[in-house]
Write a protein of this length. Structure first.
Length: 121
């Protein structure tokens, strides 16, 4: 039994290493939203793609970019989405406290950066 566990662990480690290398290759080719950002810069991304980076994963049947587009349409744009409270935000299937906190943290980070930049002028 111990040998079986060791083999399973080794398989998982090999699988994760292979998957990680594959993901880096996809990133380098710009086949992901993150890869597009690395290759072309953040200004090349749409609002949905930028939002997708913060949401990280989609929901069953929807990619994270599709989910982001749906949210932008539902809230009629990024400003309204960022102003939404948790009860409004969580009405969409698959959106809970974790995704809400991620968006709020990104928004606060942006605010702090802007305040700092304005103070230094």
């Amino acid at each position: 039994m111990a040998q079986r566990i060791n083999l399973s662990r080794q398989f998982m480690m090999d699988y994760q290493l292979t998957r990680t290398c594959y993901d880096y290759k996809r990133l380098a080719r710009g086949r992901t939203t993150q890869g597009k950002l690395l290759a072309r810069g953040p200004e090349s991304l749409s609002d949905a793609e930028l939002l997708a980076i913060f949401l990280r994963i989609g929901t069953p049947g929807k990619t994270v970019v599709e989910l982001s587009r749906e949210l932008l349409v539902l809230f009629e744009g990024l400003p309204n989405l960022l102003k939404a409270d948790f009860s409004q935000f969580s009405q969409t299937k698959g959106l809970g406290p974790s995704k809400f906190v991620q968006i709020q943290a990104a928004l606060e980070q942006g605010k702090r950066h802007l305040e700092s930049a304005l103070k230094s002028e």
